[in-house]
Write a protein that binds this ligand. Structure first.
Ligand code: NAP
Ligand code: MG
Length: 494
């Protein structure tokens, strides 16, 4: 494949980055913005700053494409997904290089696995859509025969964040393609080069014109125009709670899948396998520099083992090599942007003010090309009134808060604002199940990292929490992105 993705030092920037109705074009008012590398601070490309007018053109293209695409046989839609998966794998080195340069994650350890996972996402959608069964339902009326069928909802607005810039879009684009929806996709500005690189693959795989449309630009402009557009039927959004709530209002009445923030907790009882627990906490807190919605952002630990567990996690933090994403030895890259680093500073300062102790890390690494290099941080004695206990930090942090008995844990689980992913460590299965059943999180991992997830498993926020609406993952997303239609036939009419 001849790549058109711009990355300075590699290729000339492509001037037209909006993909609408199958053609590449500039934004309506010709404005652009610069893609900046979080690791060097240098410009790595130029992107189009789209407008509401561009979104409108994209919605019209998606609407026009929907009429035919919804009728394309499901086996052919699955074949498109298979071709995308194949092309992603053939171009994995290029895609991973773009992800690593644009997002900041380590090339070999994280960007490449993310790209490979995205291929799996398209493969899964191709396979699962062939099992998206309806039902035949027995009825009282002897003349009627009733069945249900799943149909695409129509035009989707999909707004995605920057932390997994190929894989999170795939969570929506693959099932949309498989089920016959069409899409206006608004990627996060800080990883829009990744979006262009993925869209190039979709084009080469033969996604029909207008079925997927890419509009880059500011979320508050193009994202808002897309979710609120009167001719958009449904919305898929992954991002923060604040934006998610705003979108829920702007898209009121439309079908919505909202994957929002989370902050654990991971709960460790004194009888747990502490070495494994420490490894899991380090993995869940420091992978992707902690910029994962299911990260171990709050660790509730039985008081008698707090010091031991803290020391084990701190030792693992110190083993991490913070460095440039393209360096094969790097096991922790820079944060994607200043906002996350600033929030980390605030959260740590607040916790320390309230009495927490910094075992390792605690600030930005000196002498780096940008201020985004954050040391992996382990805290103990974090009190429950610390900001980070309630809010999402989204950086490389493992904060330990002691507890004395299970009643305290169960109470804490009920009062948490977030409800996305949690983990519990104990050798007592009864206790593990009590905690797992009490957690309001959409997923609970017993004796594993809170981030454990495979693409086909249901994932999402618990009701009554602020972590979102609906479930993504395999068949769940296919169901969420389709309408269930009931078809009744009266035999007497034939
Ligand atoms: P964010 O600030 O909510 O932004 C997400 C996307 O929404 C960006 O592209 C943003 O564009 C856009 N946006 C902003 N305002 C908008 C508006 N009014 N209408 C439509 N779109 C708008 O989130 P983030 O900080 O980039 O991403 C991190 C968050 O995502 C974390 O909270 C994390 O937990 C969450 N997340 C959740 C999951 C999950 O599966 N549950 C997975 C990964 C991440 P701009 O950048 O231009 O504002
Ligand atoms: Mg943002």
């Amino acid at each position: 494949m001849t790549s058109r993705t711009a990355m300075n030092g590699q290729e000339e920037p492509r001037p037209k980055h909006l993909w609408i109705g199958g053609s590449w074009r500039s934004g309506a008012d010709g404005q652009t913005f610069t893609a900046t590398s979080p690791s060097t601070g240098r410009a790595i490309g130029t992107l189009q700053r789209g407008t509401a007018e561009d979104v409108d053109a994209a919605v019209r293209a998606a609407r026009a494409a929907f009429n035919d695409y919804r009728l394309l046989p499901v086996w052919e839609r699955a074949a498109i997904c298979e071709r995308i998966a194949q092309l992603i794998l053939e171009n994995e080195a290029h895609l991973a290089a773009v992800v690593s340069a644009d997002q900041g994650k380590p090339l070999h350890r994280e960007a490449l696995p993310e790209v490979r996972k995205a291929a799996t996402g398209y493969r899964n959608a191709a396979a699962h859509v062939k099992h998206l069964y309806g039902q035949t339902i027995p009825v009282e009326d002897p003349h009627k025969r009733v069945s249900t069928v799943r149909q695409p909802r129509g035009v989707y607005a999909v707004v995605t964040p920057w932390n997994a810039p190929v894989n999170i879009p795939t969570e929506y684009l693959a099932p949309a393609l498989a089920t016959g929806n069409t899409v206006v996709w608004i990627p996060a500005p800080s990883t829009s080069l990744c979006a262009v690189a993925l869209a190039e693959i979709l084009e080469e795989a033969g996604v029909p014109p207008g079925v997927i449309n890419l509009v880059t630009g500011e979320g508050s402009v193009v994202g808002d125009a897309a979710v609120a557009h009167p001719d958009v039927d449904a919305v898929g959004f992954t991002g923060s709670v604040t934006t998610g709530r705003h979108i829920a209002h702007r898209a009121a009445g439309k079908a919505q899948l909202l994957e929002l923030g989370g902050n654990g907790p991971t709960i460790v009882f004194a009888d747990a396998n502490l070495e494994l627990a420490a490894e899991a906490i380090a993995a869940a807190s420091f992978t992707n520099a902690g910029q994962i919605c299911s990260a171990s952002e709050v660790v509730l630990v039985e008081r008698s083992i707090q010091a031991e567990l803290g020391a084990l996690v701190a030792a693992l933090a110190q083993e991490r090599r913070l460095g440039a994403p393209e360096d094969p030895g790097t096991s922790l890259g820079p944060l994607n942007n200043h906002d996350v680093a600033d929030k980390m500073d605030r959260h740590i300062a607040d916790a320390v003010d309230l009495g927490a102790r910094v075992l390792t890390g605690g600030g930005r690494a000196p002498g780096r090309p940008t201020e985004n290099y954050y040391e992996p941080t382990v805290l103990t004695g974090v009190p429950r009134d610390a900001t980070l206990f309630a809010e999402e930090s989204f950086g490389p942090i493992a904060p330990l808060t002691p507890f004395d008995d299970i009643a305290e844990v169960l109470e804490a689980l009920q009062s948490r604002q977030f409800g996305l992913a949690s983990a519990v460590w104990t050798r007592n299965m009864g206790r593990a199940m009590r905690v797992a059943e009490a957690a309001r999180t959409g997923t609970v991992v017993i004796n594993g990292p809170s981030t454990y997830w495979e693409l086909h498993l249901p994932f999402g926020g618990g009701s009554g929490t602020s972590s979102g609406l609906g479930r993504i993952g395999g068949l769940q997303t296919l169901e969420a992105m389709t309408d269930l239609k009931t078809i009744s036939v009266d035999l007497r009419g034939f």
